[in-house]
Design a protein around this ligand. Structure first.
Ligand SMILES: [Zn+2]
Length: 202
């Protein structure tokens, strides 16, 4: 598709026009509760906002409800919406990690990941490091990732990562499926923008 034919929407927060796929669709239920529609498939009228804490704040629950012609005064405010959008992206990342595991193009655990990186990355990979990884492991890992030119993000704790994968606690996972890696990277970056955590350390 040419860029011109991609659907564009206006952010209720900053007022900028952007591609629909770069934005979060918001709908309201009959009580006025604002619901993020990350899959873009809920049937009601939708409003759009950038996946960004400032835009969600500026859009405000009131303005979104007005643009959705939803009842006011019910449901949570913008802060609740920010949490709901972040929770949506978090769920998506966790589900993508599950997909990566099922695809088989995936390894976890410091030693296995190190060994794989030593052989060099083929294609676009992504590493996820637990936020509570020890300093030793983190330093070693970051060196290996850098020399293999594999991007990385910090996400969740060792216990949570292990739990998602049905394993004991994990400090690092390596996603070797380029499509899933890119989808996780995108959702994780949006998740951090929505939480207003610009750095990569959350
Ligand atoms: Zn915006």
């Amino acid at each position: 598709m040419s860029p011109r034919s991609r659907p564009v929407r206006i952010c209720t927060g900053c007022g900028e026009r952007k591609e629909k796929t770069e934005m979060v669709r918001i709908v309201a239920d009959p009580s006025g509760l604002l619901i993020p529609d990350l899959k873009n498939n809920l049937p009601s009228r939708g409003a759009y906002v950038c996946p960004d804490a400032r835009c969600i704040d500026k859009a405000s629950a009131g303005r979104l409800r007005a643009s959705l012609r939803a009842p006011k005064g019910s449901g949570a405010g913008s802060e609740g919406l920010q949490e709901a959008v972040a929770a949506g992206y978090r769920r998506r990342i966790i589900s993508l990690l599950g997909q990566a595991k099922k695809s088989g193009r995936f390894i976890s655990g410091t030693n296995l990941v190190e060994g794989e990186l030593r052989r060099g990355a083929q294609g676009k990979w992504l590493a996820i490091l637990a936020r509570d990884v020890s300093e030793d492991i983190s330093e070693k890992m970051l060196r290996s990732l850098e020399s293999a030119s594999v991007p990385f993000r910090f996400f969740l704790g060792k216990d949570e990562l292990g739990e998602i994968l049905g394993k004991s606690p994990r400090s690092v996972v390596l996603i070797k499926d380029a499509g899933i890696a890119r989808a996780i990277e995108e959702s994780l970056d949006r998740y951090l923008r929505v939480l207003d955590k610009g750095g990569l350390d959350q």
